[in-house]
Design a binder for this molecule. Structure first.
Ligand SMILES: Nc1ncnc2c1ncn2[C@@H]1O[C@H](COP(=O)(O)OP(=O)(O)OP(=O)(O)O)[C@@H](O)[C@H]1O
Length: 204
């Protein structure tokens, strides 16, 4: 199992945010965590990333409790809200950071620019781009680097319908290569198009 969570609960600010959540995800699987606003989707992803406090129950990622340490992040990508962009670096340079830091890449920078529809924006700085273009860059940076597990919080955020379809194909391809995806999403089409198994959370 890549992810194994049993009876996970989270208490925050005196309230129960998650209770009794179980999840098992194998290699090459895509799981969509769904549910209304406030159901605890982002909180569950942060639990799997070892970033959430106030957690009860058992969580194992790659057979160990998740920890916020460099070794863990070599295998795991967490895509949450918009990241802080490196001042002055262009879109292309942000992508170039990934292979130089990780020592390998799943695709060439040029191929990533094309795959994520960023050719035209390659020489611009992210802060001068649209919300959807910046989300494409976040996704490109997540997918160009080697990883074994993607934890994606609403990856569809800001994307137009055509690019959501491309995103679904990209994630399905990642899983076919043996990668594992757990994503929080509000997009039923993305769930269907990726063939994801659904874990529906209810607000506690
Ligand atoms: N620091 C905090 N202290 C207290 N409650 C919190 C805190 N952070 C989040 N919560 C609560 O936890 C619950 C779950 O939040 P979470 O962001 O995980 O939901 P979500 O399912 O991802 O929602 P959305 O669909 O809006 O993104 C919400 O009710 C939220 O108010």
């Amino acid at each position: 199992m890549i992810v194994e969570a049993r009876d996970v609960g989270v208490e925050l600010g005196g309230g129960q945010v998650l209770a009794g959540v179980g999840l098992r995800v194998g290699r090459g699987e895509i799981v969509a965590v769904t549910g209304e606003n406030g159901a605890g989707k982002s909180t569950l992803l942060r639990c799997l990333a070892g970033l959430q406090g106030g957690v009860s129950g058992d969580i194992a990622v790659f057979a160990r409790p998740p920890v916020d340490e460099p070794g863990f992040w070599r295998d795991v990508v967490l895509l949450e809200d918009e990241p802080a962009w490196y001042p002055g670096l262009t879109v292309r340079e942000h992508l170039e950071l990934m292979p130089s830091v990780h020592g390998a890449a799943r695709m060439e920078v040029g191929a990533a620019l094309a795959a994520f529809g960023l050719d035209e924006a390659a020489d611009r700085v992210p802060t001068a781009m649209s919300t959807g273009q910046r989300q494409r860059l976040s996704l490109a940076m997540s997918l160009i680097r080697p990883s074994r597990l993607l934890l994606l919080d609403e990856p569809e955020r800001g994307l137009d319908p055509a690019f959501r379809t491309r995103l679904a194909a990209t994630l399905a391809g990642y899983a076919r290569e043996g990668g594992t995806v757990v994503m929080a999403t509000h997009d039923p089409d993305l769930v269907a198009a990726t063939g994801a198994r659904e874990l529906r959370l209810r607000a506690s």
